[in-house]
Design a protein around this ligand. Structure first.
Ligand code: AMP
Ligand code: ZN
Length: 138
């Protein structure tokens, strides 16, 4: 994708502060951090949404997350961290190239990912379970 900012980072056409690289993955510092130490992990190949990833690439991303998250937490002396991932503009995705946010968190840092928990009507939970289980088999 010639106009994708993360593809340009992978190609070295725009600068980035890289923290990890292998044949299929790249991790670099987010320039607009939610908290200092915020890192992005991406596949080098362009895919817009997580749902488009081949399983082996999704597995490679997942395999790297524990060590990368440990490094972010250690460097930031964080109390915890968030893994965050957006798919589609409605979810907050601004850069249409798969990326996983690794965000160090400290007690009292004031940042909030809280949402208002909804409630199912009687039977609705089971209907959703069946719908999703059926979609998984399709
Ligand atoms: P999202 O809203 O999930 O699409 O997140 C996109 C992220 O990419 C934001 O956190 C931006 O700060 C970050 N970002 C955008 N451009 C760059 C860049 N050139 N280098 C590093 N991070 C970037
Ligand atoms: Zn791209």
């Amino acid at each position: 994708m010639s106009d994708c900012i993360f593809c340009k980072i992978v190609a070295g056409k725009i600068p980035s502060e890289k923290v990890y690289e292998d044949e299929s993955l790249l991790a670099f510092m987010d320039i607009g951090p939610v908290q200092p130490g915020h890192v992005l992990l991406i596949p080098k190949k362009h895919y817009e949404r997580f749902t488009e990833l081949p399983e082996d690439l999704a597995a490679a991303l997942g395999r790297k997350l524990p060590a990368l998250s440990r490094a972010v937490v250690a460097a930031a002396k964080a109390d915890g961290f968030n893994l965050f991932q957006t798919n589609g503009a409605c979810s907050g995705q601004v850069v249409p190239h798969v990326h996983i946010h690794i965000i160090p968190r400290h007690e009292g840092d004031g940042y909030s990912f809280r949402w208002v928990a909804g409630k199912y009507a009687p039977g609705e939970l089971q209907t959703w379970r069946a719908k999703i289980a059926a979609a998984l088999k399709a």
